[in-house]
Ligand binder design. Structure first.
Ligand code: BES
Ligand code: MN
Ligand code: ZN
Length: 495
C-alpha cells in the first residue's frame, strides 16, 4: 500500500472517496467534516439529523457528492461515543472504513482524532494507518479472496501546514508497524506443514538479510554443544529437527541489550501427552510468540530505534513418536538444571528455559519472553488481555504503559513463591507440570520459567490473545499478530 500525507483543502482534493469520522450525537459536524458539509449544502447534517446514520463505532455510510466537491464520494464512519474515544478506537474505525472502501483503488482520509482537543496528530496518523492496513489484512496463501482488495493508495489530508510533519512521522511509523504485524500474522496463520523449525529459521534469516541484522541459527549439533536439552527433548519426537534462532540489532560488545524471546513451537500436538483432537489444528499458532518477536525486530530495525535489541527464538515441533520424550523422562537444561518431564504437553517452558539461559550471556538490560504458554491463561483472562508476569516492578510498569498506548492489553498475574512447591520433583531439580488439578496453571508455567532468569524479566502469556480475537474491528479471523505493536512501543518508549 502506498501511503502519503498531503496538505490540502479537503473539499478540493480530487479523489474517489474522502473518509470522515463523526462522533455519536453530533448533528452539525465541525472541522473537516463541517467544511465538507457546507460545500455539500448541508447534506451531511441532513443525514445526521434525520437519523440515517447513527455514528456507532465502525458503522459506515456512503454519500455521493454530485461534483460539488473534488471527491466523488464521502465515506462517513462512526467514531462512537466521544467519552470512549482513544487511539484504539481510531484503529478500529479506520479498519472498518478501509474494508468498506476495499473495492476502490484509492482513498483519502483525515487522520481521525487529530482535530482540536483530540489526540496528538502523530498518534492519530499512526493509528489511522495502522487500523487501515490491519483491517485489510487477509491470509491468502491458499485461497483467492471472493472480493479482492483493490485499495492501493491511501492519502491523509490536512490543511494546517504546521501539523504535516507530525502526521508524516506518525503515518510512516504506522505503516512500518502494521506491516510488521501482518508479517507476524502470516507466520502464525501458516500451517505447521510448510513452516517447521528449519523453515522458520530460513524466514528469520531472510528477514535479517533484508534488514541488515546479524542472524545465527543453531542446528541439532550446535544445540547439543550448547547443552540445550529442553529444545532437543521437545524436538526429538519429530522428523523435523529443532532450531534455535538468534537475531541481533545494534548489539556491540558491551551494549546491555533488551532481549525478546519467543516460543516457536511450529506445531503442538502435545507429544506423548497428546491433546484431544478437537481444535488441535489451531496449534499451528503455537509459534505466535516467535512471530511477535520477529515482527518487533522488523519494526525496530526499520524504525532505526537507537537501542540494542536481541531476538531469540526456540523452535521445535512437538509430536509423539518412538523417539519422543516420555512422561517421567528427565532432561537437562543448558544451565545444568534437571527437569522431570511429567507432561510432554508442557513443552513451551522447556524450550524457553534454554532461551532464557542463553539470554544471560548478553548481560541484558531486561528480557521479555512471549509465549502461547498455557490454556489456563485464556481461562483466567479470556481474549482481552495477555497475562503479565514479572520479577521487576519498573519493567512491568513500562509494559503496562505500552499496553495502554497500543490497546494490546496486559493484566498482571502473580509469581508467588508458594507455587514453586507445586513443581518440586522427587528425582530432579524441578518438574515441568503439576498434574494435580487445574490450579493457577498460568502462574505455574511462569514460576517454572523464573527458575532460569537472573535479570529483570517479564513473561507474556499470549495463549488467549494471539488467535481468533473478534472483539477488535482491525482483527481478521486467525492470527492477531499480538505483541508486535506492544513490544515496538515498549522499545520506542525506552529510547
Ligand atoms: N500451547 C499450549 C498452550 C495453549 C493452549 C495455547 C491453547 C493456546 C491455546 C501449551 O503448550 C500447553 O499445552 N500447555 C498445557 C500446560 C499443561 C500441560 C501444564 C495446557 O495449557 O494445558
Ligand atoms: Mn503443549
Ligand atoms: Zn505449546
Amino acid at each position: 500500500m502506498q501511503v502519503r500525507v498531503e496538505q490540502g483543502d479537503i473539499t478540493r482534493i480530487a479523489t474517489e472517496a474522502i473518509c470522515l469520522g463523526i462522533f455519536q450525537g453530533v448533528q452539525r459536524p465541525g472541522g473537516a467534516a463541517g467544511a465538507v458539509d457546507r460545500a455539500l449544502d448541508g447534506a451531511l447534517s441532513e443525514v445526521l439529523t434525520d437519523g440515517d446514520f447513527s455514528c456507532k463505532k465502525g458503522e459506515v455510510f456512503w454519500l455521493r457528492t454530485h461534483g460539488k466537491i473534488g471527491a466523488k464520494r464521502v465515506l462517513l464512519v462512526g467514531l462512537g461515543s466521544s467519552e470512549k474515544f482513544s487511539a484504539d478506537v481510531v484503529r478500529e474505525v479506520s479498519a472498518a472504513a478501509a474494508r468498506a472502501a476495499k473495492s476502490l483503488s484509492e482513498l483519502t482520509t483525515i487522520a481521525h482524532g487529530a482535530g482540536i482537543g483530540g489526540l496528538d496528530p502523530q498518534i492519530a496518523a499512526q493509528a489511522t494507518i495502522e487500523g487501515t492496513l490491519l483491517g485489510l489484512y487477509r491470509f491468502e496463501k491458499f485461497k483467492k479472496p471472493e472480493e479482492p482488495i483493490k485499495l492501493e493508495r491511501l492519502r491523509i489530508v490536512e490543511h494546517r501546514a504546521e501539523k504535516l510533519e507530525q502526521l508524516q512521522i506518525g503515518a510512516r511509523r504506522g505503516q512500518i508497524i502494521a506491516e510488521s504485524v501482518c508479517f507476524a500474522r502470516d507466520l502464525a496463520n501458516e500451517p505447521g506443514q510448510s513452516l517447521p523449525p528449519r523453515e522458520l529459521a530460513r524466514r528469520a534469516q531472510g528477514l535479517a538479510q533484508e534488514l541488515g541484522l546479524r542472524c545465527e541459527v543453531f542446528d541439532e549439533k550446535a544445540l547439543e554443544q550448547l547443552g540445550m536439552g529442553g529444545i532437543l527433548a521437545v524436538g526429538k519426537g519429530s522428523d523435523e529437527p529443532p532450531r534455535f534462532i538468534v537475531l541481533e540489532y545494534n548489539v556491540t560488545k558491551d551494549s546491555q541489550p533488551i532481549v525478546l524471546a519467543g516460543k516457536g513451537i511450529t506445531f503442538d500436538s502435545g507429544g506423548i501427552s497428546i491433546k484431544p483432537r478437537e481444535g488441535m489444528e489451531a496449534m499451528k499458532y503455537d509459534m505466535s510468540g516467535a512471530a511477535a518477536v520477529l515482527g518487533a525486530m522488523r519494526a525496530v530495525a526499520l524504525l532505526k530505534l537507537p537501542i540494542s535489541v536481541v531476538g531469540l527464538i526456540a523452535a521445535a515441533e512437538n509430536l509423539p513418536s518412538g523417539k519422543a520424550i516420555k512422561p517421567g523422562d528427565v532432561i537437562q537444561i543448558s544451565n545444568g538444571k534437571t527437569v522431570e518431564v511429567t507432561n510432554t504437553d508442557a513443552e513451551g517452558r522447556l524450550v524457553l528455559a534454554d532461551a532464557l539461559v542463553y539470554a544471560q550471556r548478553y548481560n541484558p538490560h531486561a528480557v521479555i519472553d512471549v509465549a502461547t504458554l498455557t490454556g489456563a491463561c485464556t481461562i483466567a483472562l479470556g481474549k482481552e488481555a495477555a497475562g503479565l508476569f514479572s520479577n521487576d516492578e519498573s519493567l512491568a510498569q513500562k509494559i503496562q504503559r505500552a499496553a495502554q498506548q497500543t490497546g494490546e492489553r496486559v493484566w498482571p498475574l502473580p509469581l508467588y513463591e508458594e507455587y514453586k512447591e507445586l513443581i518440586k520433583s522427587e528425582i530432579a531439580d524441578i518438574k515441568n507440570s503439576m498434574n494435580k488439578g487445574p490450579l493457577a496453571g498460568a502462574s505455574i508455567g511462569a514460576i517454572f520459567l523464573k527458575e532460569f532468569v537472573n535479570y529483570p524479566w517479564a513473561h507474556l502469556d499470549i495463549a488467549g490473545v494471539a488467535y481468533d480475537v473478534e472483539s477488535r474491528l482491525y482483527h481478521a479471523k486467525g492470527a492477531t499478530g499480538y505483541g508486535v505493536r506492544l513490544l515496538t512501543q515498549l522499545l520506542q518508549n525506552w529510547t
